[in-house]
Ligand binder design. Structure first.
Ligand code: NAD
Length: 482
C-alpha cells in the first residue's frame, strides 16, 4: 500500500465492550493473497479478554433484550444504510484481504446490507401466541424470547455475508454476540462493527475477538455466560464444535461444508446454463460452500457441454481482486493451493481427462488456473471431497434416476442444482435432489429472506429467513389461571 492509496487497509483491532483494542502483545500478520504482502497486524485475544467479551455480552443482554423491537429495527436498518454508503471502500479492503474481485465484494456487501435490513424489519414481527385453553379461567401463552449471549464463528470466504447473518440474526432477536470472524479477513467484519456502532448499537451488544480459533472456541463455547453457538466452516471443525456445544447443553447452528451436485439434462438451454454455471462455479475462485462442484451431464450433450464450459472457464480473466476487469482472484490462502495440488495429483493418478487448467499461476500470490476435469469417476477425490477451489469435475449420465442417485450419494446436503427445459424433468429434479437448498433452473438460493442451511453432514439449523431468527429464540410457556 502506498501513502497515496485512497483506501489504506485499516488497523485490525478487537472490539470488547465498546473499546477498540489494537495491541494485546500477541497476534499475527494479515496477508494479501494476491501478493503475499503483509496488510496489517491483527491482535489476538487471550482468555482474560475473551472472558471480558463474554461478560460484556451478558451484561449488554439485560438491556438489549428489552429494548423495543422498533428501536432494534431502526439500528439495524441504519447499519444497512451505512454499509451501503461505504460499500466502495469496504469492497476494496475485502478484495485486498480475501482476494475476490471488487465487483464480487460489492455484491457481497449489498447482500450483507440486505441481511441487516431484512432482519431489522423482522424484529417487530417476533410474535408469540395464545393457545385456546380447555376450560374457562385458564390462559396458555407461548412466548418467544431471545436465548442470551451468542458466540459466532465465521470463516474467510464471505467476510461480510457470514458475520452479517450471525450478527443481524442475533441482534434482531434481542440477543447479544461475541463474534469471531476469520483472522484472515478481519477488516470487513471491523467495518460492519463500525457501521453498527455508528447506527447506535450500545457497547457490549457486539464484541469482535480474534486469536487462535481452537483456543477461542474451546474457551467460549462452554463459557457459562454463552447460551448459543453459531458456526460456519468445515464439517470436520463443525463436528468438534457441535460436540463442545452439546457437552455444555448449548443450542447450536452449524453451517458446514457442501459438495453441490448439478444435474444438467439434455434438453437444458446451454446458451443460458453454461454462463450461469461458469459464473457460479468460479465465483470467489470456487471457495463457496454452495458452489456447484459435481457436474452430472446427460450423455447426449456431454461433449458439447464440457467443451463449451471449459472454453468459458479458460477465458476468465484471473488477477488481483483489486485490478480492473478481473473475473477471478487468487485463492484465499496457501492451504487452498496445497489442496488444489492434491486434487490434481489424485486426478492424474486415475488418468482423468484435464480439459483446461490444472496448475498454479506464477509463484507469487495464490493463483490457480480455472480448471475443468472430464470423465470424473464417482470415487475420485474431486467427486467425494469438497474442492473449495476453481476445479470443476464433469461426468456423464444416461438416465435421470441414475443421476439423482449419484448426486445424492454423498453424506453432504447443503445445495443441489438441476437444469432442464422440460417442466416434467424440472419437477423430478426439484423432488429428487436431497439438500437443504435446491435450485432448479435457478441459482438464486442465498437471499436474506430465504432459509440458508444444510442437511446431513452439511449441518443443522438455518441462517436467513424467519428460520434464521428461530435459532436465536427460545420458547417459554406461561400457563396461568386468570
Ligand atoms: P479449517 O477447517 O481449519 O477452517 C475453516 C474455518 O473454521 C476457518 O475460518 C477457521 O478459522 C475456523 N476454525 C478452524 N478450527 C476452528 C476451531 N477449533 N474453532 C473455531 N473455529 C475454527 O480449514 P480452512 O483451511 O480454513 O478451510 C478449509 C475447508 O473449510 C474448506 O475445504 C471447506 O470445506 C471448509 N470451509 C467451509 C466454509 C463454509 O462456508 N461452509 C467456509 C470456509 C471453509
Amino acid at each position: 500500500m502506498t501513502r497515496s492509496d485512497p483506501t489504506p487497509y485499516p488497523q485490525p483491532a478487537l472490539l470488547i465492550d465498546g473499546e477498540w483494542i489494537t495491541d494485546t502483545g500477541a497476534g499475527e500478520p494479515v496477508l494479501n493473497p494476491a501478493t503475499e504482502a503483509v496488510l496489517g497486524h491483527l491482535p489476538h485475544a487471550d482468555t482474560a479478554l475473551l472472558d471480558r467479551a463474554a461478560q460484556a455480552a451478558a451484561r449488554a443482554f439485560t438491556r438489549w433484550s428489552v429494548t423495543p423491537a422498533l428501536e432494534r429495527k431502526r439500528i439495524l436498518n441504519r447499519a444497512a444504510d451505512i454499509l451501503r454508503a461505504r460499500s466502495e471502500v469496504i469492497a476494496q479492503w475485502m478484495a485486498l484481504e480475501q482476494g475476490k474481485p471488487v465487483a464480487e465484494a460489492r455484491g457481497e456487501l449489498a447482500g450483507a446490507a440486505d441481511i441487516f435490513e431484512w432482519y431489522g424489519d423482522e424484529a417487530p414481527r417476533l410474535y408469540g401466541r395464545i393457545v385456546p385453553a380447555r376450560g374457562p379461567g385458564l390462559r396458555h401463552e407461548v412466548q418467544r424470547l431471545p436465548v442470551g449471549a451468542v458466540a459466532g464463528f465465521a470463516p474467510w470466504n464471505f467476510p461480510a455475508l457470514t458475520p452479517a447473518r450471525k450478527i443481524a440474526g442475533a441482534l434482531a432477536a434481542g440477543c447479544t454476540i461475541v463474534m469471531k470472524p476469520s483472522e484472515e479477513t478481519p477488516a470487513t467484519a471491523i467495518a460492519i462493527a463500525h457501521a453498527l456502532e455508528e447506527a447506535g448499537l450500545p457497547p457490549g451488544c457486539l464484541n469482535l475477538v480474534f486469536g487462535v480459533p481452537a483456543q477461542i472456541s474451546e474457551y467460549l463455547i462452554p463459557h457459562p455466560l454463552i447460551r448459543k453457538i453459531s458456526f460456519t466452516g468445515s464439517t470436520q471443525v463443525g463436528r468438534h464444535l457441535g460436540a463442545l456445544a452439546a457437552g455444555s447443553v448449548k443450542r447450536a447452528t452449524m453451517e458446514l461444508g457442501g459438495h453441490a451436485p448439478v444435474v444438467v439434462s439434455a434438453d437444458a438451454p446451454l446458451d443460458q446454463v453454461i454462463p450461469l454455471l461458469v459464473g457460479a462455479k468460479f465465483r470467489n475462485a470456487g471457495q463457496v460452500c454452495i458452489s456447484p462442484s459435481r457436474f452430472f451431464v446427460e450423455r447426449g450433450i456431454y461433449d458439447r457441454f464440457t467443451e463449451r464450459f471449459a472454453e468459458a472457464a479458460a477465458a476468465l480473466v484471473v488477477g488481483a481482486g483489486t485490478s480492473a476487469g478481473v473475473q477471478m482472484g487468487p485463492l484465499a490462502n496457501d492451504r487452498r493451493l496445497a489442496a488444489m495440488a492434491r486434487f490434481m495429483e489424485d486426478a492424474g493418478a486415475r488418468g482423468l481427462r484435464r480439459v483446461t487448467g490444472g496448475a498454479r499461476i506464477g509463484n507469487q500470490g495464490y493463483f490457480w488456473q480455472p480448471t475443468v476435469i472430464a470423465d470424473a469417476t464417482d470415487d475420485c477425490l474431486l467427486m467425494t471431497e469438497e474442492p473449495f477451489g476453481p476445479i470443476a469435475p464433469i461426468t456423464p449420465f444416461d438416465d435421470l434416476d441414475e443421476a439423482l442417485k449419484r448426486a445424492n450419494a454423498l453424506p453432504y446436503g447443503l445445495a443441489a442444482y438441476g437444469f432442464s427445459g422440460s417442466q416434467a424433468t424440472a419437477n423430478r429434479l426439484a423432488a429428487g435432489l436431497r439438500a437443504g437448498m435446491v435450485g432448479v433452473n435457478s441459482m438464486a438460493i442465498s437471499i436474506a429472506e430465504l432459509p440458508f442451511g444444510g442437511v446431513g453432514d452439511s449441518g443443522y439449523g438455518s441462517e436467513g429467513g424467519t428460520e434464521g431468527l428461530e435459532g436465536y429464540l427460545e420458547t417459554r410457556l406461561v400457563s396461568q389461571t386468570v
